[in-house]
Ligand binder design. Structure first.
Ligand SMILES: NC(=O)C1=CN([C@@H]2O[C@H](COP(=O)(O)OP(=O)(O)OC[C@H]3O[C@@H](n4cnc5c(N)ncnc54)[C@H](OP(=O)(O)O)[C@@H]3O)[C@@H](O)[C@H]2O)C=CC1
Ligand SMILES: N[C@@H](CC=O)C(=O)O
Length: 434
């Protein structure tokens, strides 16, 4: 290759885009030493070119016209950090069509249209890297694709959304109010443009779909992921969880038993003895269990300007090294295994239940019987007065039960006269048997 400098078209100059510019500017010499080539940001696509930017020196390269990047033959690589599906999808496909390599942080897009994008890249002999799309600054995708290539992964558990982990941590440690902390997370640049995606678990679900596709080598889709967010988590649940030895976390779970797979995201009681329970604030972590390697865990900042930009720029370094060696488009392996999804009777977990009942003798026995009818036994029980002693509250942690059986038990509870409300039901992970 006879170029001395690789020219970059940056799409998006918000939180992540600004970080990308800062890192490229600050590490220019190191990047050149590692890749053998210079990296120049030729154009930056924005929506509003008049907006005040924190790096005014780049104002001269701003444009609101995507074809200034896509149709410039000098631009070799497009870095997409706009976010969302459209127009990001159209821009990336157009870039690949023109033979440009792509780096993106866009999990929404990769979870929904990753198959189409990677196929187009393969046809065109181009690279597409998306390390920043899962767990911000943690190099987990590389670890799954390269580090675990010789192993068979059986389980991944991830705290993969920084915003919700920040909120749950502040609620747990400071007794903070949900909506106040959400505003803080938005101001810190952690939350998505529409934070519903964070708090309702969709952002984490997209990341889990990507992790499961790469980790299990099957084409997981977003609709294969069971999703529940944190908007229903209360301070009482957090307090009772703590009392029984758990922290509430929005946990992504991807588990393989034989060839059958389950992937879900839901608020989960994580045993305090498990390292995931101590992952706090905007930090993310992904626990990976492989048949040969056993247990591993990856930990780091999951969102924010510089951590995320680090992952983007490291992908860029890989693309530039590939360009230098003339091997672009050869590093990606498409999912090659058949997808077999578990049914609800195959999804096993312990459960934490909080139930408001009439304050009468024999109430606990009735609840226990309902569970015993499905062969579900109790591991922990706490009973205390509720509503000024007019009712009682029963908090239970069960031994392993299937999701199918637990759904039937919950339905049965609603029909019991002594039960006035099932306040909460959480999966329990991280302790013995889990
Ligand atoms: N923030 C984080 O911590 C993380 C973000 N990500 C992902 O990175 C991506 C970017 O996120 P983030 O930087 O936070 O987002 P921001 O909202 O901060 O920035 C988005 C940028 O894209 C530009 N933009 C938006 N729509 C268009 C459009 N139609 N045409 C041209 N430009 C457009 C905006 O322009 P303008 O400046 O003019 O408004 C802005 O510069 C997303 O996919 C996100 O999910 C991934 C990991 C962590
Ligand atoms: N909104 C996301 C940003 C990174 O992916 C999060 O909070 O984790």
């Amino acid at each position: 290759m006879d170029k001395q400098t690789v020219k970059l078209g940056l799409m998006g100059f918000g939180t992540v885009g600004t970080g990308v510019v800062r890192i490229i500017q600050a590490h220019q010499e190191d990047l050149q030493k590692q890749t053998g080539l210079g990296i120049e940001i030729k154009r930056i696509l924005v929506q509003d070119a008049e907006k005040t930017r924190s790096i005014p020196s780049m104002n001269s390269v701003l444009t609101t016209n995507a074809s200034d990047l896509l149709d410039d033959p000098e631009i070799d690589v497009i870095v997409e950090v706009i976010g969302g599906i459209s127009p990001a999808r159209e821009y990336i496909l157009a870039a690949l069509e023109r033979g440009k390599h792509v780096v993106t942080a866009n999990k929404d897009l990769m979870a929904l249209h990753g198959g189409e994008i990677l196929q187009k890249a393969q046809e065109k002999g181009c690279d597409v890297y998306y390390e920043a799309s899962v767990a911000g600054g943690i190099p987990i995708l590389r670890a799954l694709v390269e580090g675990f290539s010789s192993d068979r992964i059986t389980k991944m558990m991830g705290i993969v959304n920084g915003t919700t982990n920040y909120i749950l941590t502040k609620m747990s440690q400071d007794g903070a109010d949900y909506s106040d902390v959400l505003k803080e997370a938005q101001a810190l640049g952690y939350a998505e443009a529409d934070p519903t995606s964070d708090v309702e678990g969709y952002d984490a679900a997209r990341k889990m779909a990507i992790l499961a596709t790469l980790g299990f080598r099957v084409p997981m889709k977003l609709e294969d992921v069971d999703v529940k967010g944190i908007s229903g988590v209360t301070k009482e649940d957090i307090a009772y969880g703590k009392k029984l030895g758990y922290e509430v976390k929005l946990l992504g779970l991807a588990r393989r038993d034989g060839e059958a797979i389950e992937v879900s995201v839901q608020p989960t009681m994580v045993a305090k003895s498990h390292p995931l329970a101590s992952v706090n604030g905007v930090f993310n972590a992904v626990y990976v269990h492989g048949e040969a390697v056993g247990e591993t865990m990856f930990y780091g900042p999951g969102a924010g300007e510089l951590p995320t930009a680090t992952a983007v720029v490291s992908d860029l370094v890989t693309v530039v090294k590939n360009m230098k060696l003339g091997v672009n488009g050869r590093g990606m392996v498409a999912p090659y295994k058949e997808k077999i999804l578990k049914d609800d009777k195959q999804k096993l977990s312990k459960y934490f239940l909080r139930i408001v009942v009439a304050d009468k003798r024999g109430v606990l026995a009735q609840i226990t019987q309902l569970l015993a009818d499905k062969n579900i036994s109790l591991e922990q029980v706490l009973q205390q007065p509720y509503n000024n002693g007019e009712q009682a509250e029963i908090i239970i942690v069960t031994h392993l039960a299937s999701k199918g059986d637990m759904d039937e038990v919950l339905q049965g509870m609603e029909e019991l006269e002594i039960v006035s409300e099932v306040k909460s039901c959480y999966r329990v992970e991280g302790g013995e048997q889990a």
